[in-house]
Design a protein around this ligand. Sequence first.
Ligand SMILES: Cc1ncc(C[n+]2csc(CCOP(=O)(O)OP(=O)(O)O)c2C)c(N)n1
Ligand SMILES: [Mg+2]
Length: 393
Amino acid sequence: MRQSGQPALATARPHRNRLLRRDVARPHRFGQAIGMARSIGTAVVSAPDGVPSAGAGPDAVTPRGMMPSIKRTKFKLSHQQLLEMYYWLKLIRAFDERLSTLVKQGKVRSGVYTGIGQEAIVVGTCFGLRKEDYVCPLHRDLGTFLMKGVTARAMMSQMFGKATGLSKGRDSALHSGVSELGIFGNTSMLGANLPVAAGLALTFKMEKTDNVVVAYFGEGASNVGDFHEALNFAGVQRLPVVFICENNQYAYSVPIEKSMAIEDVAVRAEGYGFDGVAINGNDVLAVYQATLGAVARARTGQGPTLVECKTYRWHGHSEHDKAFYRTDEELAIWKSRDPLTTFTSYLEGMNVLTGERLTEIETRVKSAIDDAVEFATNAPDPAPEDAVTDLYA
Ligand SMILES: Cc1ncc(C[n+]2csc(CCOP(=O)(O)OP(=O)(O)O)c2C)c(N)n1
Ligand SMILES: [Mg+2]
């Protein structure tokens, strides 16, 4: 919310408004070497030949940082696959929105860190993964669990702290993994999932599989030591890991310009000997395309990639944070780049999404969420005697 007396966004925080700014190209040396220097204000990752980007338009991107060869990755998605992507975007949005309501109703008492506004990152990164590939999600990445195969019922039970949840009621957040689905649950230690991701990738390499690891972190986490150790190790060992930075501009109340002196987290990859790219994280196809390229490189022994997805979280850090540290104007700008609305328009423009299909998808989403809430509400609490089971220490 905007504080009284606070000047308008553009004058108060020119840096914060950078995603609207036109600027001159600042090509990275890798980019120059492969002739990929480009101008600020154009699409960062262009869609494959003949397929327009689903992005929110030129204002929605900040193409700074490096442009590795993944820019040229081509892909084809059938209408069915595009609609599947759309379903996931809708489901994940609806799940988080319902959780937000449940917190306000006092029905969910855990810390809820929604990813509303950031869904394109989860969907674009998980869509092309295999079951055997691992994800190492963050506190905002509930959608990765759903996309890797956890049911909405189990996920809702987890958030309710019920016995039917992933951690059987011992926790009510995302601190739980499902190894058979390739999900390594996060801990609360920011950045700590990244060395673990590198370790998982080392296992894949030593076992000579072509599985990959996709690890998520915020721009805030990229300032902690674990991030740098993990990227260094992954670079030295050429590990099959894709580092996905969800740059939502804030680490709790701290805006990015107060925590780092660079514009793009992506440039940090260069220090560890591999490529990084900054893309429009609100464009699900751009995220899908960049991940596809990075995953292909990882699978074929070409090592890690850092993909920085520029985005914004609509809600506060958690549901108890009213986010007074930002302005209404800033939020409105980012809401106008809603990954869901832009993808809806894109699909409608291509005649992939018709009124009938939209109703069908919305009905499916609503019934999945309603069913999950009902299931979790009626599910049993954990039994006291179970407190000492499943312990390894
Ligand atoms: C090592 C460590 N330091 C601080 C915290 C407290 N903390 C939890 S989330 C958070 C902000 C994270 O920001 P970012 O990495 O940008 O991710 P975002 O929440 O924006 O998705 C902080 C400071 C923590 N959990 N772990
Ligand atoms: Mg952040």
